[in-house]
Design a protein around this ligand. Structure first.
Ligand code: BGP
Length: 486
């Protein structure tokens, strides 16, 4: 049966990992402009890699450097996007996921009027995509919120962020309502507990002993903000579709011991609570009860529950890279890294160089489980493998491992579609090499297109297509009927 005839094929970018131009045309500093490359750290220790302190912010504010702050330079997509869009069109993309950098529109998040130069940049980008037959899928918040909102309010702990985000969203809906149909609120809306600064502009050192309560409150604020934005999108964007976006951290029990099953069930419940709220319009009762028993919860304002129930998302998008295991007694087992998460190593699965387990069947299970749970259309917003791609003597990049990874995952996705999951699009992470979100490396490459830059930003910046480029072109050309071997 294969994929729907109108299936959208493409790739996903994030402004803070690709654009560069960190101070161009009035842009303000974002939380991503504070992220440093830390080569002395273990790349699997994501907490250390993403950790930011008050002192780090003060140093970043004073520095104009972009060698040690790779997200300030990205791959210069800000200036090179026409060339990159040509390359994406060369693969036959029908969709490209991008994010709008909040700080290009409201540099410090609270300006009276939006920054026209920032708005104009995305007008040009969306026009250039349309010229190439590429549909935008736009993320409003992809780990790049205004740094000033962290400094002034400690980010999303403060309820005022809801209105500031909604104001930013409404400006985008009104400006681009005739160019963008598909919208996402927050990238990986479940992630603020794993990296509060990147996802929500929260400095744990400011929270002290009430960190968990503050994170819960910030979670509630982001969920309400996402729901309000969904409502505004439906009001203002003709035919607009608003989706939520989850890190699907599919978790298996380490053994068939019932207590391991209990641990896995709870891990999956805590991952899916975010999409339960945004897709079903209410907090899951089991989680509310858990928080009540733990004596911790968020404090909703009067209308919040009505807002959540009346503004559910139209579709569910998610990132899937890997699966993990958990157990009642995790200390008994070997652990491994995942996408900004640690888990137990599955003895039946290989792992990537960054320790992420490779589990295509888990991708199929996740697709079927999400469709069964919500019975709404699904969009795969991120899937791919980070690897050290090295050009050979002729300058070619034989990324056979990436073709193998992607082929296995696309076959799994096709099986899920055949078994009834309504999947309407797939954007690889990533169409082109970019700066890694967790480690700020360039050397953790995901693209079908190699970018000649190293971790310190040295290099020509030249784009070189890898073996996987033509492979993906053939997949798209056949609408997934042909998924060639490596
Ligand atoms: C996801 C992010 C993406 C991307 C991806 C790969 O969590 O949404 O922005 O970065 O992870 O992770 P990394 O770049 O850390 O290897």
């Amino acid at each position: 049966m294969g994929f729907r005839k109108d299936f959208l094929w493409g790739g996903a970018l994030a402004a803070n990992q690709a654009e560069g131009g960190w101070q161009a045309d009035g842009k303000g500093m974002s939380v991503a402009d504070v992220a440093m490359y830390k080569p002395s750290l273990d790349v699997r220790d994501y907490r250390a890699n993403v950790h930011v302190s008050e002192e780090d912010i003060r140093a970043a504010r004073k520095s104009r450097d972009d060698r040690w702050y790779p997200k300030r330079r990205g791959i210069d997509f800000y200036h090179r996007y026409p060339e990159d869009l040509d390359l994406f069109a060369g693969m036959g993309f029908s969709v490209l996921r991008v994010s709008i950098a909040w700080t290009r529109i409201f540099p410090d998040g609270e300006e009276k009027a939006p920054n026209e130069a920032g708005l104009a940049f995305y007008d040009h980008l969306f026009d250039a995509m349309k010229e190439r037959g590429i549909e935008p899928l736009v993320t409003l918040s992809h780990y790049e919120m205004p740094l000033a909102l962290c400094e002034k309010y400690n980010g999303w702990v403060d309820r005022r962020l809801v209105d500031l985000f909604v104001r930013f969203s409404v400006v985008c809906f009104e400006r681009y309502k005739n160019k963008v149909k598909y919208w996402l609120g927050f990238n990986e809306i479940d992630s603020l507990f794993r990296h509060p600064f990147i996802s929500a502009g929260i400095l744990p050192e400011r929270c002290g002993t009430h960190l968990r309560a503050d994170l819960m409150q910030a979670m509630h604020h982001q969920l309400v903000a996402s729901a309000i934005a969904a409502g505004e999108c439906h009001k203002r964007v003709p035919g607009g579709k608003f989706g939520c976006m989850l890190t699907r951290l599919t978790t298996y029990p380490m053994t068939c011991a019932p207590e391991d099953m209990e641990a896995a069930a709870q891990a999956n419940r805590e991952n899916l609570l975010f999409t339960d709220v945004l897709m079903k319009g209410a907090y899951p009762p089991l989680m509310l009860r858990k928080w009540e028993r733990e004596g911790i919860c968020f404090h909703p304002l009067g209308d919040d529950y009505r807002i959540l129930s009346e503004n559910t998302a139209d579709f569910l998008s998610f990132s899937y890279y890997m699966s993990l295991c958990t157990a009642a007694h995790p200390e008994k087992y070997e652990s491994t890294a995942g996408n900004t998460v640690m888990g137990l190593k599955n003895p039946y699965l290989p792992i990537s160089e960054w320790g992420w387990p490779i589990d295509p069947l888990g991708f199929k299970l996740s697709l079927l489980e999400l469709y069964e749970r919500y019975e709404k259309p699904l969009f795969v917003a991120e899937n791919g493998i980070g690897a050290r791609d090295v050009p050979d003597a002729e300058g070619k990049i034989h990324d056979t491992y990436r073709i193998r990874y992607l082929r296995a995952h696309l076959l799994a996705m096709c099986e899920a579609a055949d078994e009834g999951a309504d999947i309407f699009g797939y954007t690889s992470w990533a169409p082109i090499d970019m700066v890694s979100a967790s480690t700020s490396q360039m050397s953790k490459r995901y693209g079908y297109i190699y970018v000649d830059l190293d971790d310190m930003g040295e290099g020509s910046g030249r784009r070189i297509v890898k073996d996987s480029y033509d492979w993906y072109r053939r997949v798209i050309e056949s609408n997934g009927e042909v998924i060639p071997e490596a």
